[in-house]
Structure formats: C-alpha cells, structure tokens
Design a protein around this ligand. Structure first.
Ligand SMILES: [Zn+2]
Length: 493
C-alpha cells in the first residue's frame, strides 16, 4: 500500500519499487549486482570525433546513444547468451551523476539451477585481482584502466571517495588468500599478495585496490563494469532502495549585483531554488525516451475492485447517461479476467489465479480483453490495499488463492457455499484464523514504508478489532516497528 502522502514522482518511484519487489517474490533474491559506467574512450567515440576538436563530453548525445546500445547488448548477453548462466529476470536503473556520465545499476536474478550454491563457485565469475601481464596483456590493460580504485587515501585526499580522510568504499581492501564470506554474509573476494601491481597517477597499487569484475564482460565491453555476488536476503532492501533512490537535487543560489568591491547589503534579495539538476547526458537520455528503470520480465499491474466499483473515466462536459451507456464502463481488466474464465473452450484460464494470469495471457487495451500470450514474458502484481479497506482487503486475499472464478459469487464460494461477504469466505478458508494475512501485510509494508507508518498500521489493526490474536501478530512483527529505535535514541542524546 502506498501512504497517501506519496504523490507524483514519489508515487512513480514507489510503483517501480513494488514492481521490483514482485520480481523478487517470483524469482527469489538477485544473484549478481552489476554497475556499468559509460566509457568516453570507447573506440566508437574516438572514431567519431577523430577529425574534430570536440571532446567526448561535448557530444553527450553520442555518449547517451552509445551507452544505451552497449547496455542493450549486455542485457542480451545476460538474458539470451547466458553469459553468467541462465537468467530469469533483469532489473536496472540508470543514474546520472552531476557533470558525470550515465551508469547503470543492474540486478540479475538467475534461474534456480544457475544460482551459485556456495562461495566456492564465485571465483569462476568474479575476480578481484590484477591479471598476469604476460599471460593476458589485454586483460591486464583493461583492469589497469577501468577496474582499479583510486589512488585515494593519504596519497590523494581529494579523491571523490574520501570522507573524513577515509575511503568511503573501504579501499584498499585486505589481502585475502581465498574468496570467503564475512560475518554478515557478504562475499570477501580473493586478493592474493602475489606481487602484481599497476601504476596509476605515479602511485603503485596492488590487488587490494581492484574493483571486482567479470573477465568476459570487461573484455567485451571495455568499461568500468563492477560485478558483485549478492547471496543474502538482508541486502535486498538496501539494493532496491539504492537503485530506486531519487534524482540528484541541487540548491542553486542566485546572487544579484556585479560590483565585487561593494559590500553586499544585508537586505539583498537572495533567491533560492530547489532545483533538479539535469546533466547534458541525462537530458539527451530522456529526449531519446530511453528507459530509466528497466525490468524484464514485464510486470503487469493488476487492478481489482468490489462489485460495481470500477473506475470510470469521463470528461466534465460529458452527459452522464451516455457515459453510463459506454460499453467500456462494464469492462475492466478485472471483470474481463472473469469473462475469460467463462469461455468453455479455454481450459487453461480456469487453472490460474489472477496474479498468474499475465504469465499466459496479455491484456489487449484496444479490444479490452485478455488474449493468450504469443510471445514475451510477464508476471502480475495485484494492487495492494490496507486492512482498513475492509471488504476490498479481504477480496484481495481471496484473489491470491481463487483460481478461475467466473463471477464475484464464485470468489465468495467455499466448498459450494456462497458466503455473504469476502471476509466470511476468508474465515471459511481458514485464512484469518492465525492472523497470518495481517502479519504478511505488516511484512509487506516493511519493504516499502517507514517504521512510523508500520506502527500506525498496527494500531489501525488493533482499533479495527480484526485481529483474532493481537499478541501473535505483535510477537512476529515488533522488529519492524522498532527498526528506527537506535537512530532516534542517538538523535536525542
Ligand atoms: Zn577510495
């Protein structure tokens, strides 16, 4: 559910986040986290600018186009050529740093049989060492040019990674004989003390400064491509918060007056604007209508409604009778699903729940009907509603269970008995006895909402008298309501 304070851009980001989370529900947690940065030295760029005096950054449009081409090629390699194994899903978000080049944060979900079972399998895909210069000179140069962090630290205090005289990315790392896991379950890649070094800005750096990479991707795409293995559930919330964080903002101050010798007068009007910073690269990226958030497979958002409560869109001047007589009024995505289930020749439709439906069927907006899917891949996500919505909330619970209903009565029918309300049907199915649905609702909210919102949600559940055993719900969810406790404690001391 989206708190009502979410509007416009925030709501859009939230939708993206929820879509990404439904991919997680379907495919488990992502296996690889890959960051790809645009390289202004790509041979295509150099070739293009050869006979000009232009620098790559002067042609942000070319960089944008080329980055998109490379990114599409990488996705194809991952999805179709199975470069890291058979992939089930890919999600990426494009980010633009101030004055910087575009980069993509990509999460790759593998098919079950291609997930890396243990940390011992990581080395085949990810490396954090300088290759032997004589054995593979090409790879050596690529690692030297693109995959070395820094130099930072005392040798270069102005490096962007430096915060409080320390590298915020934790470089240089420690030497490490083998790839292992740390106490939090994060991979620590092998970095042997084998004497291999590179010189960057006249400073000698060794395996401790290598950003983890995949040899094949680096050779094929010749850019900064950081590949990390994410094997644990704990990182998922962080990953999605990270890849869905908002656009860069800049506070711009407009100062009047051009006489530098004059003391600025106290009452001078200063105008502050909270501006969104859009770099030339971002502008061209958006002009070309390239996706900022990409998801494969596609997530079909599935609306639903109580009987007779579908949304009807009409203009202010339209006559109410003609609006109500429009055929589209009686057809919603949700109602059409039940219509499809009535087709006696379609035995497939009736074996599916609403959320499974988009895997096999496509919503044709022009005909306002569902048709069997010919190509592509999609998963469904049912709009969520909070328990305070009453019947709509119980209807949603049933929609996750009921297969092939032809009417609202069918959804309320349990073992041949038509119940009066969706709530009764939920009870009859035993879905509410142990308050599991409420616990699930809080857990689901935890993935997207703040602690204070979750506390309000729990209070709402208590007040609405719907919990059969509030203490059980409390026991399994109090953690989510207290996540911010330490932070608050620090703030007040
Ligand atoms: Zn650093």
């Amino acid at each position: 559910m989206l708190p009502s304070s979410f509007t416009g851009g925030a709501r859009y980001m939230m939708q993206n986040y929820l879509d990404a989370m439904s991919l997680c529900k379907c495919f488990g947690y992502p296996d690889f986290f890959i960051t790809i940065t645009c390289n202004p030295k790509w041979p295509e760029v150099t070739r293009f600018l050869r006979d000009t005096t232009l620098k790559p950054e002067d042609r942000a449009d070319i960089l944008s186009r080329l980055f998109k081409l490379k990114l599409d090629a990488i996705c194809k390699d991952l999805k179709e050529r199975h470069l890291l194994g058979k992939a089930a899903a890919v999600v990426y978000t494009i980010e633009f740093q101030k004055r910087g080049l575009p980069h993509a944060h990509l999460c790759l979900f593998m098919e079950n049989e291609y997930k890396l079972p243990t940390v011992d399998h990581v080395d085949a895909f990810i490396c954090a060492e300088i290759p032997n210069r004589n054995e593979d000179p090409e790879l050596y140069t690529l690692v030297k040019d693109y995959m070395i962090h820094g130099p930072c630290g005392l040798a270069n205090l102005s490096c962007p990674c430096m915060v409080d005289r320390k590298c915020s990315k934790g470089f240089p790392k420690k030497f490490q004989d083998h790839t292992t896991l740390d106490s939090n379950g994060f991979p620590v890649y092998g970095r042997r003390n084998d004497g291999a070094t590179v010189i960057k800005n006249r400073i000698e750096l060794d395996n401790r400064s290598v950003v983890p990479y995949n040899k094949t991707l680096l050779k094929r795409y010749q850019a900064h491509i950081n590949v990390e293995w994410c094997n644990q559930a704990g990182s998922i919330k962080y990953l999605f918060k990270y890849i869905n964080k908002g656009p860069d903002r800049a506070t711009v101050v407009v100062v009047q007056g051009d006489n530098q010798n004059e003391e600025p007068s106290k009452d001078e009007i200063k105008e502050y604007y909270d501006c969104r910073y859009i770099s030339a690269c971002e502008a061209s990226w958006r002009i070309f209508s390239n996706e900022v958030h990409y998801r494969y497979p596609f997530v079909t958002r599935l609306p639903f409604h109580l009987p007779g409560q579908q949304n009807v869109v009409f203009g202010p001047d339209e006559d109410i009778n003609s609006v109500l007589n429009k055929p589209s009024v009686k057809v919603s995505m949700f109602l059409s699903w039940m219509e499809r289930n009535k087709d006696p020749n379609d035995t497939m439709a009736r074996t599916l729940t609403y959320v499974q439906f988009p895997i096999f069927y496509v919503w044709k907006i022009e005909n306002r009907c569902w048709e069997p899917r010919q190509k592509g891949k999609a998963i469904g996500r049912i709009h969520s509603v909070p328990p305070s919505f009453g019947e709509a909330y119980f209807l949603r619970i049933l929609l996750n269970k009921v297969k092939g209903p032809k009417s609202f009565e069918d959804i309320r029918t349990v073992n041949g008995h038509v119940h009066d309300t969706f709530r009764d049907a939920c009870y009859a199915l035993g879905l509410l006895d142990d308050d599991i649905e409420y616990i699930e609702a809080i857990k689901e909210a935890n993935e997207t909402a703040t602690c204070s919102y979750i506390r309000v949600l729990f209070a709402m559940m208590l007040l609405s008298n719907t919990l059969s055993r509030p203490e059980v719900v409390w026991e399994s969810t109090w953690k989510y309501m207290t996540d911010d406790f330490i932070y608050r404690l620090r703030k007040f001391h």
